[in-house]
Design a protein around this ligand. Structure first.
Ligand SMILES: [Zn+2]
Length: 310
């Protein structure tokens, strides 16, 4: 069970602005009672004891006003609390570009099991607009939940693409995250039309017809894997809009026959002749030039890896 912890400075900032909003809404009794408790703490001489008391007053009001709920609920919607995470730490930042959530791994000693935690950075003013806070948290926690999933195993170790492909990866992944939230009736970071317009800026070069279909595929797919997103980011034309014939988006995969928008990248076969042989053992007429959808490719990788002597 992941423990959720809030940084004391963040708690203080959130309580402070919440009191400001409540006093604007005429909840003066509640605000006065908070200030009485705070004044009592400030009756102490400056020093560690006074800081501790002030922190305790803010923490008590943070939980009394249930200001921890958005984080607790978003974490539970995405299954983070029941995951193998040790803790979810939340602290404040000042600017939007510093916001986000990162999965951090630590091994207390060589050979010991990795301890995973999430560091979430939020501007306290997000609390002023609950929808926007909730959407931000669900979006960030969806990405964290992906990193914890089997489809992303190895994603942290072998890292993400670099350069422009990295930006494309981020756009693909984040769009896909909000698409999955939308299908569950949840609001993510941005609505679909905003993602569509960002996607158009990043992938419009695929050409009309191709990029719209690629977007719909990304928005509507159940969980895509790191490998699929990686392939699409590094080689968008081959993966998302293969221009020559058989691997055009929407063309059935020769193996599973499902309409396919993301194909295993053309260069995977030379690195894994065992996968090629395994596929040919079941589909005698198939050759790497026919391609395979990302899912089929991964299925065969899983079979090959589970059969390999360890
Ligand atoms: Zn397939």
């Amino acid at each position: 069970m992941a423990k959720i912890e809030f940084d004391a400075g963040f708690v203080e900032a959130v309580v402070f602005s919440e009191m400001w909003r409540r006093s604007g809404r005429g909840e003066s009794r509640l605000v006065r009672s908070f200030h009485r408790e705070l004044d009592a703490a400030y009756g102490e001489p400056p020093g560690e004891a006074r800081d501790r008391q002030s922190r305790a007053v803010h923490a008590a009001w943070f939980s009394r006003l249930r200001l921890d709920r958005p984080v607790v609920e978003a974490a539970s919607q995405l299954g983070l609390q029941s995951s193998r995470l040790e803790r979810i730490f939340v602290h404040g930042v000042l600017s939007a570009h510093e916001e986000g959530a990162d999965l951090m791994g630590m091994r207390p000693s060589a050979g010991s099991a990795e301890i995973l935690s999430v560091v979430t950075r939020i501007r306290s003013q997000r609390y002023a607009e609950f929808d926007c806070l909730e959407g931000f948290l669900l979006h960030e926690f969806q990405l964290v939940s992906d990193l914890l999933s089997a489809g992303f195993s190895g994603a942290r170790e072998c890292s993400f693409p670099s350069g422009p492909a990295r930006e494309r990866y981020r756009l693909l992944w984040e769009t896909h995250a909000d698409g999955r939230l939308a299908r569950r009736g949840l609001r993510g970071l941005r609505p679909k039309d905003e993602w569509f317009s960002l996607f158009g800026k990043g992938f419009g070069f695929l050409g009309s017809g191709y990029f719209e279909r690629a977007f719909e595929w990304l928005w509507n797919s159940a969980a895509l894997s790191h490998l699929q997103l990686y392939g699409a980011a590094c080689d968008p034309r081959a993966s998302l809009a293969e221009e020559h014939g058989s691997r055009a988006p929407g063309t059935p995969c020769p193996l599973c026959r499902f309409p396919t928008h993301v194909w295993a990248s053309a260069d995977v076969w030379s690195g894994r002749p065992d996968i090629r042989d395994l596929i040919q053992s079941r589909f005698a007429k198939w050759s790497p030039g026919d391609g395979a959808c990302g899912e089929c490719y991964e299925r065969f990788v899983a079979v090959a890896d589970s059969a390999a002597p360890t």
